[in-house]
Design a protein around this ligand. Structure first.
Ligand code: RB5
Length: 145
């Protein structure tokens, strides 16, 4: 089964725990890169280990949660090999796989309800990269690394 690396800051902690359980219930293996409580932390400290897990192949995908998801996406996208996007609805989750071959998804723990984040993860994990006309575009992004 697919290995997923997960991380959050304090603002995403509660939903990270909830979503981790949701994924584990489905049989995914989750590597938890913290944080481990609601104590205030800096989101890049958790985004980078998750991004490195995905870039190194230790995990196939990454899931990050902070207040908005924005800071997590900014930090994760700095790691070579990562295509992270901040997603707030299932349609964009599908499109970030189909068109952009995203390997990390970043979620909002403060502005998006858990049930919506679950539906976002369902779409993210159910959708394959479309290839074809999208392939060269994604390659051009990765050449920036
Ligand atoms: C923390 O207050 C907040 O800035 C962080 O969780 C995230 O939303 C950053 O993008």
């Amino acid at each position: 089964m697919m290995v997923i690396s997960m991380g959050s800051d304090h603002a995403g902690f509660e939903q990270k725990e909830l979503l981790k359980a949701y994924l584990e219930q489905q049989g995914y293996e989750v590597v938890d890169r913290g944080c481990y409580s609601e104590e205030r932390v800096d989101y890049p400290d958790h985004a980078v280990p998750v991004a490195q897990d995905v870039a190194s192949g230790r995990a196939e995908r990454g899931v990050l949660v902070c207040g908005t998801g924005i800071g997590m996406a900014l930090a994760a996208d700095k790691v070579a090999g990562i295509r992270a996007a901040n997603i707030i609805n299932p349609e964009f989750a599908q499109l970030c796989r189909e068109h952009n071959d995203c390997n990390v998804i970043t979620l909002s723990g403060r502005f998006v309800e858990p049930d919506v984040n679950k539906a976002i993860l369902d779409a993210f994990f159910a959708t394959e990269f479309g290839g074809g006309r999208h392939e060269g575009r994604v390659r051009k992004i990765m050449e920036i690394d």
